[in-house]
Design a binder for this molecule. Structure first.
Ligand code: GLN
Length: 498
């Protein structure tokens, strides 16, 4: 039975349809491994009964011989940023304590409508702010991966799973679920995917509805799937995407048959290599992986072209003005009146209650961002910081527009390093923010971008490559990612220690 948990989305779907196992067997197998993996702290809430109910529905539909829903028989994980009706939703923060949404996010609702069941709500950095899953009020997530010493022996030191979708990445890499949702504001799908040897796509901004996703930086937030293969991500995205009138920035474009359109041939395609991504002090093994990716694309028949994205250098500073600014506005709603926590000291007036609630409810990283965001939006500094950052954001987007005259997709590393130990970067916010140096530009431009596992570091830890595509051209991103996936033939997986 435990073997069922090694299967991915397509294998589970096809095996269930072919009568090899029941959906209930699948749900029970995953519920059991989730229950046995508390050492990873990947789940904030488990919902075994939800997974079983969906499984029984799938089994009944199969027995009745009717049409099966696309995700019938597939249990998945849900990042705890998606509001789930009747199941507590925390955004990884103490300030939402006691909050059980009376409504369902559009993306999670679409996944349930497609037949998927929910194994639980996945841990994450608080309000999706972070790159290591250390800012959660529910404790850090531990990666299932362990480094190897030079002797080949496995280290016992913990590693971070990346963030903010760190519960998602850890759970999928540890085979606790075949796929799960993530969200990506500046890299939170791609960076944790890279750190844990799995795949993840941030679709074009507006592809997936933001309705019911706890807001961080609304002009950047985008949901997307994480899984262990390109095909599984395509299957998931087909269920998650689609126009939603409840989200004013949702794009009214048809959801395409991405899985059916998968094609790994790169003949006639041009792959751009942006020279500005050769950052100072890039570790040689990241550079070598990038070169390897270029060689794989040549092998797949692509033409490689050098391109320039001259404003890349400004991406992180621009992101760390715009994202905190939007966060300071979005998070103003947590005031002890409407949702979650209320700290009402004796004799306190309304202002005191706001202050006490926010002091007790938000973690340090969230407070840092709220201070920065409030500052850059304040009357005296708005033009100097916020308006200027918006202007530079436009220049960054225009860089990509120009690059598309020369190429169809871009190839870059996903992250400047492999996973690190908890605590290694948390004292220095700038070091932590540098994790997103390669992922933030596509976020600012609203473009689809995907990470696929491409190799191992010298310490035996996963490293990803990133494909960035044109707006709404997820198909080219998937296809290029598939070409890499086939050549990288990444089969490494963490050895169970938890
Ligand atoms: N690590 C980045 C940050 O801390 C990105 C987070 C995200 O994409 N949600 O803001």
């Amino acid at each position: 039975m435990s073997k069922l948990t090694d299967l991915g989305v397509a294998e589970l779907r096809d095996g269930f349809r072919g009568g090899n196992f029941t959906a209930r067997e699948v749900a029970e197998a995953f519920n059991a491994v989730v229950a046995g993996a508390s050492a990873l702290n990947a789940f904030i809430t488990t919902t075994p009964e939800h997974a079983l109910a969906a499984a029984d529905e799938a089994d009944n539909a199969r027995a009745a011989g009717g049409d099966l829903k696309p995700l019938a028989g597939i249990p998945i994980g849900m990042k705890d940023l998606f509001a789930t009706r009747g199941t507590r939703t925390t955004a990884g923060s103490h300030i939402l304590e006691g909050f059980t949404p009376p409504y369902e996010s559009t993306v999670s609702g679409k996944l349930w409508d497609a037949g998927a069941g929910m194994l639980g709500k996945l841990n994450m950095d608080q309000f999706a702010m972070g790159s290591s899953n250390e800012t959660s009020s529910f404790g850090p997530v531990i990666s299932p991966w362990r480094a190897r010493h030079e002797s080949g022996e496995r280290s016992n030191t913990d590693l971070v799973p990346g963030g903010s979708s760190g519960g998602t990445s850890a759970a999928i890499a540890a085979r606790l679920c075949p796929a799960a949702t993530g969200t990506d504001t500046g890299g939170s799908i791609r960076q944790p995917a890279s750190f844990t040897g799995i795949s993840g796509i941030k679709p074009t901004y507006g592809r997936c509805s933001r309705y019911g996703i706890v807001g961080f930086a609304s002009s950047l937030d985008q949901a997307g799937p994480m899984a262990r293969s390109v095909r599984d991500c395509a299957i998931m995205l087909e269920a998650m995407a689609g126009f939603d009138p409840k989200d004013s920035t949702s794009i009214d474009a048809p959801v395409l048959p991405w899985e059916a359109g998968l094609n790994a041939s790169m003949k006639g395609k041009r792959v751009g290599i942006p020279k500005e991504y050769r950052v100072d002090n890039m570790p040689p093994e990241i550079e070598a992986l990038w070169e390897q990716g270029i060689a794989w694309f040549r092998d797949a028949g692509a033409e490689i072209v050098d391109v320039s994205l001259p404003h890349t250098h400004y991406s992180l500073p621009v992101y760390y003005v715009i994202a905190p600014a939007e966060a300071s506005s979005n998070l103003a709603r947590y005031d002890g009146v409407r949702y979650g926590l209320r700290d009402l000291p004796d004799g306190a007036n309304l202002q005191d209650m706001y202050a006490a609630t926010r002091k007790a409810g938000f973690g340090w990283e969230v407070k840092r961002r709220l201070l920065i965001g409030t500052y850059v939006l304040s009357a005296g500094f708005y033009d100097a910081y916020y308006t200027k950052a918006q202007r530079v954001r436009t220049l960054i987007a225009q860089d990509f527009d120009k690059a598309w005259e020369q190429c169809d997709v871009l190839l870059t590393p996903t992250t400047p390093s492999a996973a690190f130990a908890p605590g290694a970067q948390s004292a220095d916010p700038i070091a932590m923010y540098l994790n997103d140096v390669f992922t933030v530009p596509a976020s600012l431009a609203g473009l689809p971008a995907m990470s696929v596992p491409a190799g191992l570091s010298s310490a035996g830890l996963p490293l990803g490559l990133q494909i960035i595509g044109k707006a709404l051209d997820e198909q080219s991103v998937f296809n290029a990612a598939l070409a890499l996936e086939q050549r990288a033939a990444f089969t490494a997986r963490p050895e169970k220690w938890w």
